[in-house]
Design a protein around this ligand. Structure first.
Ligand SMILES: *Cc1c(COP(=O)(O)O)cnc(C)c1O
Length: 376
């Protein structure tokens, strides 16, 4: 594990400023819009070191290398891989597994993860079992010497259950030191949670969300704690070509610089909005983990849901999260629509449950918008 040398605020603000290898010493990392790099001569091609030099941009490209180095440092991993979306990041991790492998997942995940896991079970014979994310004795029973991976999201999506990563890692590694504990850290980001420092082996992000933070790009990343796992991932990454292009690599690196400032404001806004929501007569219950920008809440009456969406003036009725603009989602119809109704209801994903990604607007304006849209 790399030792933290500077505070995360400093790492973020300085991302790529000194190690971008630019011949003119540019402060911002340049973008190399090229698919390939020239070899000087035959000897140069023969002695080529893919970790020091560049040849073909799927394998490596300077802007992405700087981004990946930054991501690895932020999460405390040996190496990071920047890919084209969060789902591509999850797919890259699953390239480590084979037919018949047993995987335990927490039961309240991003809907697209379940869709992919169902596909893997059906077409590749990977065996999944679900854990409720709360009962650690049950987890002890679920993991065995045959388990290859424990996959979780915390806080869970959309019901905001908190899972103790250190406890899960201890239980999993006691059953079998080779179990890979994988955490989707999209909701809290390394500003609030660094799973590799709590015993996890792999972190993934949908960088489409907070890491990029502006509702304007798709990206994902995988960060591996050990060099051994990173090397296997690197082979699969280069071979399948899920890589992030130079422009988006630059955009993500640029966006990361403000991550800790954005997260602090997302949190203070969400705290304010969650407290105000809890006092509204139309609101049944608010789920807010106390940190980050995501709030889920239940309305008392389904009729209020349509009214709310129709009358919002600032908050957009749109899927996704983690950007500067506030977004409101109805998980039962949007992010979690592929789950069976029974499975959804078991988790508490009713038709009255809404998920707010609190943006960076003035929090009073957000509360006023919700209040006026709900009406009397
Ligand atoms: C959005 C999301 C994903 C998928 O990411 P994409 O960038 O949309 O492919 C995965 N996990 C979580 C928690 C997400 O919110």
């Amino acid at each position: 594990m790399t030792q933290k040398q500077f505070d995360i605020d400093t790492l973020l603000a300085q991302a790529g400023n000194r190690d971008n290898n630019d011949q003119y010493h540019s402060v911002s990392t340049p973008i190399y819009l090229t698919s390939n790099f020239r070899h000087r001569d035959l000897e140069d091609a023969e002695t080529f070191d893919p970790h020091q030099q560049y040849s073909y941009s799927r394998l490596s490209t300077p802007t992405r290398s700087v981004l990946q180095k930054t991501l690895a440092e932020l999460e405390g991993g040996a190496n990071a891989f920047a890919v084209s979306s969060g789902m591509a990041a999850i797919q890259l991790v699953f390239s480590l597994f084979n037919s018949g492998d047993e995987i335990v997942t927490s039961d309240d995940l991003y809907g697209g993860s379940f869709r992919y896991f169902d596909y893997l079970a059906e077409h590749y014979g990977i065996k999944f079992s679900k854990w409720n994310g709360q009962d650690y004795d049950e987890l002890t029973k679920l993991v065995s010497a045959n388990t290859k991976c424990v996959w979780l999201e915390t806080p869970s999506n959309p019901t905001m259950k908190i899972i103790d990563i250190q406890k899960v890692s201890d239980i999993a590694h006691r059953a079998n030191p080779n179990i890979l504990v994988c955490v989707d850290n999209t909701f809290l980001t390394p500003v609030y949670q660094q799973p590799l420092r709590e015993g996890a082996d792999i972190v993934v992000h949908s960088a489409t969300k907070y890491l990029s933070g502006h509702n304007d790009m798709l990206a994902g990343c995988v960060i591996a704690k050990s060099k051994e796992i990173a090397d296997t991932l690197e082979f699969n990454f280069n071979t399948t070509g899920v890589t992030l292009d130079p422009f988006d690599s630059w955009l993500l690196l640029r966006s990361l610089k403000t991550l800790s400032v954005r997260m602090a404001r997302h949190t203070s806004n969400a705290k304010y909005v969650a407290a105000c929501l809890a006092k509204l007569p139309q609101v049944e219950k608010v789920l807010y983990p106390g940190v980050g920008g995501m709030i889920s809440f239940y309305l008392k009456d389904m009729k209020q849901v349509d009214r709310l969406f129709k009358h919002l003036k600032i908050i957009s009725f749109a899927e996704s999260l983690g950007g500067i603009e506030s977004l409101l989602t109805i998980p039962s119809l949007q992010t979690h629509s592929d789950m069976s109704k029974e499975a959804r209801l078991k988790l508490g994903i009713t038709d009255e449950l809404l998920r707010l990604s609190t943006g960076l607007e003035n929090p009073k304006d957000l509360v006023n918008d919700l209040t006026q849209a709900l009406g009397d």
